[in-house]
Design a protein around this ligand. Structure first.
Ligand SMILES: *Cc1c(COP(=O)(O)O)cnc(C)c1O
Length: 379
């Protein structure tokens, strides 16, 4: 295989990661819920107004905690987009839920809000919108449906750190602060990273106490550490969802540089947009659309081609010039694991994005000129 010159992703280090890890290691507290975990959680609560946050070992784990918290029972139905990562789905399937997949929007790969209400049955328990590319779903519509049918909303905000939604009344709300629960990822491919890592944001008070217990293997150990009880024991189901202080120390170094990381990514994103818009127009390629109610956190820059031949041609062409571009999300309703469990509804837009969307390299240290040059001259 040819040596790839420009990778699709390269984890960015701010420089402080190893010294904070060293600090965590030398202070001798390396299991979870120590100083760095608290620094990170306080940062999220103060900057984004989440009522309570808990660091987790991944967004996948945060989603699994959410599924436990809303007490999913076998047969409960969950509405989510088919065009998403498997973790959005797995968390609920693990607890016996039936997935009811919604299609994507024609102007954006996110869930088509207008199709949600018709999918509701007496068994529906929750809606799980995914803020694809860090671009908000239309949360007024989703929260209104949820309120009318008494459903939970769990935001899959894996890609959506530091991005916002402006509701009809003009209030700008951080993504992850709107649903009852929200889940973020710090996987190395996201904007803010810790290798593997995630966060559960809890916006509904009823879940706060139980979330801490589930997080700590079903024990009331957190309450014990705060001196609220004089011994701790097994009080509920749970698992080991908390990351070690080594991970939290890494994450803290990233969070201290969040502004710088975000501004660099936005610069790259805007440069792609400006440099490619004429070419895109000439070649019938669609660039990302940011609706008026959404902000752009520059998680992802993608192109949508006319058909799958153009998609694979582009990926091949770029690869020949040592630039790695990727497509993604084989629609979950067509996956080997779930297709036999899916009802027969077609989800043509979800399929369309699978066949036509390509993600361009996007990371802090990207040498973008080569990518743009190749697109303008060869693709
Ligand atoms: C990355 C991602 C996840 C999973 O995050 P992990 O931290 O790797 O578990 C879930 N949902 C979406 C939409 C993602 O992009």
């Amino acid at each position: 295989m040819k040596n790839i010159n420009i990778p699709f992703n390269k984890p960015y280090l701010t420089g402080k990661e190893t010294s904070y890890i060293k600090d965590a290691v030398t202070t001798g507290k390396i299991s979870g819920n120590g100083k760095y975990t608290k620094l990170c959680q306080d940062f999220f609560e103060q900057n984004y107004g989440f009522k309570k946050t808990l660091l987790t070992t991944s967004c996948t784990d945060a989603l699994e905690m959410a599924a436990i918290l809303i007490d999913i029972q076998p047969g409960d139905e969950i509405i989510m987009p088919s065009y998403t990562f498997v973790s959005t789905a797995n968390a609920f399937v693990l607890r016996g839920a039936k997935l009811v997949f919604a299609d994507s929007r024609s102007d954006h790969p996110g869930i088509d809000e207008a199709t949600i209400e018709a999918l509701i049955t007496p068994k529906t328990k929750a809606i799980v919108p995914v803020h694809y590319a860090g671009v908000a779903c239309d949360m007024d519509i989703i929260m209104d449906i949820a309120n009318r049918y008494d459903l939970f909303v769990i935001e899959d905000a894996a890609q959506a750190i530091d991005s916002y939604y402006t509701s009809k009344d003009g209030i700008k709300k951080p993504l992850g602060s709107i649903g009852h629960l929200a889940c973020f990822s710090f996987h190395e491919t996201k904007n803010i990273i810790s290798g593997e890592g995630g966060l559960l944001a809890i916006n509904d008070d009823q879940f706060i106490e139980r979330a801490e217990i589930i997080w700590e293997k079903g024990t009331n150990r957190s309450a014990f550490f705060r001196g609220e009880v004089n011994k701790y024991g097994w009080v509920d189901v749970g698992s080991s969802f908390l990351p070690s202080e080594i991970i939290a120390a890494f994450l803290w170094a990233q969070l201290e540089n969040l502004k710088d990381i975000q501004s660099r990514r936005k610069q790259i994103w805007n440069n792609y947009f400006q440099q490619l818009k004429f070419w895109a127009n000439e070649n019938e390629v669609r660039l990302p659309k940011i609706p008026l109610y959404a902000t752009n956190n520059a998680h992802m820059f993608y192109l949508v081609f006319k058909n799958s031949e153009k998609q694979s041609h582009f990926i091949r062409q770029m690869k020949e010039h040592q630039i790695l571009c990727v497509f993604h999300y084989l629609s979950l309703h067509k996956s080997e694991f779930y297709k036999s469990k899916h009802d027969d509804r077609n989800l043509p837009l979800s399929d369309k994005y699978t066949e036509t969307l390509v993600r361009l390299p996007m990371y802090y240290e990207l040498k973008q000129d080569k990518v743009i040059h190749n697109i303008l001259n060869n693709a």
